[in-house]
Design a protein around this ligand. Structure first.
Ligand code: GLC
Length: 418
């Protein structure tokens, strides 16, 4: 076993807080939703039981209506703002009241497929499957009640890409006023130039105040939110997750489940197809307040490849887009197009490379007949991590590791790529 694999495993072990893994020590001291899905797949490469425990602990945060929060606050910590009292959610364990991209069903399917202890894995998945189905039903009921085929995202944190330039215009409609005093802790742990700006934080907290005041009721949140987008990442990840859930339903579901899931997936596939931009050479998110496509080229716009929603000509155009970007930065995939004026190589989702995005894009390329692209992306991601360490994100110009250190999902992706 290589030293890097040993180090990656050690990061997961060190970030283990008892059946759940924190994204990194101090900066993110709780369990995060999509982080845990990647991390669970990483665990399964060397400890299958622990991988399934990660999922079960995340599901401790699931609400009765199927919602899965973006954070589960298993144990108190002063290192993070906003903590449980700001969210004001009544649940044990305490949780946030917004969600995150639903990678979970895809992770569980992959974990099952790779498990060597078949009987144990099947028993775990049989118990988890109904919870995943409830979650996907929640997405449709709570976030696409009109049946458009695209789910709404109501907070930049829900997209997992907090300060992406794709949200600049939509977020500008959100007032900067808050009832909760903003007491950031993140900039005590990481250089402020690599984090969202103060004004963005005011708006993030304004939305939290607003949703808390309507009691976290889905229909009210949809109605009052001044921020409402059909995020291309969330929609692509949900479509992929529906396909993976379908495979699980064939083995663990009941009569009617496969037809129900297939219908949702087909509707999403066709709606996502409508978000293609020939000019940008990738897919776009849609601003649902003014119904306009969001005209910014970001790495999320490549994820329909991962969802199996890009036809042959879109797939070719996406490969060309990546080739163009490769001529402008040394390391793929920058989170924002390097030739976009809003590109910022260091600032979080405005330019840096994120390992789990690369992994999903490579999975998509491999599944869409772009095997060469998938191989190149996988090996450059592995090299980048090997050179820079298990950072939160990376400078696309030189591959330097930036943001938080010893990051769980970066370690997990390294394990998946090894
Ligand atoms: C940041 C990221 C988000 C991630 C979280 C924990 O908020 O933008 O995607 O889930 O940190 O790592």
């Amino acid at each position: 076993m290589t030293d890097m694999i040993e180090q990656a495993r050690a990061i997961l072990r060190n970030n283990d807080r008892g059946g759940y893994t924190v994204p990194t020590h101090r900066l993110y001291p709780f369990q995060w939703n999509w982080d845990s899905a990647f991390v669970a797949m990483g665990w399964v490469t060397f400890d299958e039981a622990r991988g399934f425990t990660e999922v079960e602990r995340l599901l401790e945060g699931q609400w009765d209506d199927g919602f899965i929060p973006h954070i589960v606050f298993h144990a108190p910590s002063d290192d993070y703002f906003p903590g449980p009292s700001v969210w004001g959610v009544e649940h044990t364990p305490p949780t946030s009241g917004i969600t995150q991209p639903p990678v979970l069903a895809s992770a569980v399917r992959r974990m099952l497929d790779h498990a060597k202890d078949r009987a144990a894995a099947e028993a775990c998945v049989a118990a988890i499957y109904p919870r995943l189905l409830a979650h996907h039903r929640w997405w449709q009921r709570a976030r696409d009640p009109a049946g458009s085929g695209l789910v709404s995202t109501l907070h930049p944190w829900e997209t997992g890409m907090d300060n992406s330039p794709a949200w600049d215009a939509a977020l500008a409609r959100v007032p900067t006023t808050t009832t909760t005093p903003v007491q950031r802790r993140d900039t005590a742990h990481v250089d402020a130039s690599m984090r969202p700006r103060a004004e963005e934080y005011q708006r993030f907290i304004h939305l939290v105040d607003l949703f808390r005041d309507v009691g976290w009721q889905p229909e009210k949140m949809l109605a009052v939110s001044p921020f409402r987008v059909a995020d291309i990442a969330t929609n692509s990840i949900l479509l992929r997750a529906e396909r993976d859930l379908l495979a699980l339903a064939e083995r663990f579901g009941q009569a009617g489940h496969t037809a129900e899931i297939s219908a949702r997936a087909e509707q999403m596939r066709s709606a996502i197809g409508g978000l293609w931009s020939t000019r940008l050479g990738l897919f776009q998110s849609l601003d649902l307040i003014d119904r306009t496509p969001i005209d910014v080229a970001i790495s999320a716009g490549l994820l329909p490849l991962y969802a199996g929603a890009a036809d042959a000509s879109c797939t070719r155009a996406i490969a060309a887009t990546l080739q163009r970007w490769a001529g402008q930065v040394r390391f793929l995939v920058p989170s924002t197009a390097p030739d976009d004026p809003r590109f910022d190589a260091l600032r979080y989702w405005r330019g840096p490379v994120w390992a789990m995005m690369n992994w999903m894009i490579a999975e998509g390329a491999a599944g869409s007949g772009e095997a060469g692209l998938a191989t190149d992306l996988r090996s450059s991601t592995r090299d980048m991590i090997a050179n820079a360490g298990f950072s939160e994100y990376f400078d696309p110009r030189d591959g330097r590791g930036i943001g938080g250190r010893d990051f769980s999902w970066t370690a997990a992706i390294y394990l998946l790529l090894s």
